[in-house]
Design a binder for this molecule. Structure first.
Ligand code: SAM
Length: 355
């Protein structure tokens, strides 16, 4: 998923830097601002036991699958509904269930009625986040997953695999530039294609993992580990508003929505890490509470906290240091009418060896 602040392109830098600091006996990796879970997934594949957390429920769903699921999924109880499952190898079963769901009969549900042109055309505000066809498919798939869970035809592991698959898949057909803070006026080419569920990757390993959906300053008091990796928001952009439709698809709770973009209430998910006056205090509390051997923090040189703020706070726990990586960020430049301008930013990985 194309996610604000995703560390997909920095995984090598993170691993290389972390390996220069930590001892050989580290087994537990905590990724407590987990987002898409891409960092936890990387360290899970390296054999770590991972603890993941995020305040957003769609992120919990992704991590509950990518991190929490670590054994094959059999979908045994769906064999009556989906006869193609019988006598099939275990590793093909997820894909068969996804094909079945992709072809299920369309439903005019919450997503179609509120985020598609067909569903909103006679209302005060029209929205075009998805084609009518994809909105109805999304509703049909989401409702079927819930029905299977309610009838105990799938277990929790299978449920989260299917939900994560739906979130990852629907995001590829959204009629946006990348986040859900606005939609485009005309359906773009990728939004015109028909939604097909592509099974989310299942990472098998022998370790047990834990996944939470809490505020980081709460969960940090409840977990222990060796390495704590922190990747908070860097600026004022709230994830709750930028990904509100994924939150609603994940929860499917018929929320009251408002305004041009159909925003759900996010009072409980407003991040203090996006607030210039409050971030330092929250960060200090977090660093002081962590029960780990090493803390790493990703942040860039344009974030709400300065490098000096971070150094001062992290040094309270022990020996502080940092690694940096410069990268070119490409920005659309409106004044020059769709020309793209490169600007340099420096990505920091701060760390402290806790004493
Ligand atoms: C920079 S993103 C993490 C990106 C992630 N490392 C990745 O590569 O996908 C920051 C994440 O922190 C989460 N977040 C913000 N405030 C939080 C809080 N107080 N507690 C827990 N999670 C929070 C956001 O929902 C968002 O997913």
């Amino acid at each position: 998923m194309n996610y604000i602040g995703s560390k997909l392109s920095l995984l090598g830098f993170l691993e290389e830097s972390i390996n220069k600091v930590v001892d050989k006996n580290c087994n537990t990796f905590c990724d407590l601002f987990a987002g898409t879970g891409i960092v936890g997934r990387y360290f899970k594949k390296k054999g770590f036991s991972v603890i993941a957390n995020d305040i957003q429920y769609y992120s919990y769903v992704l991590n509950r699958h990518y991190i929490g699921n670590h054994k094959e999924l059999t979908f045994t109880k769906l064999s009556k509904q989906i006869p193609e499952l019988q006598n099939k190898e275990i590793d093909q079963r997820g894909a068969i269930v996804c094909d079945y769901l992709t072809n299920s009969k369309s439903v005019k549900g919450f997503i179609y009625k509120n985020y598609c042109l067909g569903g909103t055309k006679n209302r005060k505000i029209q929205r075009l986040y998805f084609s009518d066809e994809n909105g109805m498919r999304c509703d049909a798939i989401r409702q079927k997953i819930e029905e299977w869970k309610n009838h105990s035809l799938i277990n929790n592991d299978e449920y989260y695999f299917l939900l994560a698959t739906l979130l990852e898949s629907i995001d590829r057909y959204a009629n946006t530039t990348s986040v859900y803070g606005a939609f485009l006026k005309k359906l773009k080419t990728s939004a015109l294609k028909s939604l097909v569920l592509r099974p989310a990757e299942l990472i098998i390993n022998d370790q047990e993992h834990q996944v939470f959906n809490k505020d980081i300053n709460v969960i940090v008091k409840e977990v222990n580990g060796d390495v704590l990796y922190l990747d908070p928001p860097y600026n004022q952009r709230q994830y709750a508003t930028n990904y509100h439709i994924l939150e609603t698809i994940a929860k499917y709770d018929n929320p009251t929505i408002n305004g041009k973009t159909g925003l759900r209430n996010y009072e409980d998910q407003k991040s203090i890490y996006c607030s210039r006056p409050k971030v330092k205090e929250a960060f200090k509390d977090l660093i002081l509470q962590a029960k780990v051997k090493y803390i790493f923090l990703s942040y860039n040189n344009e974030g709400l906290m300065t490098t000096d703020d971070i150094k001062e706070i992290m040094s309270l726990r022990g020996k502080y240091g940092y690694f940096t990586k410069d990268y070119n960020r490409f920005r659309a430049d409106r004044a020059e009418n769709r020309k793209f301008k490169a600007s340099k930013t420096t990505e920091y990985l701060h760390y402290v060896v806790c004493t």
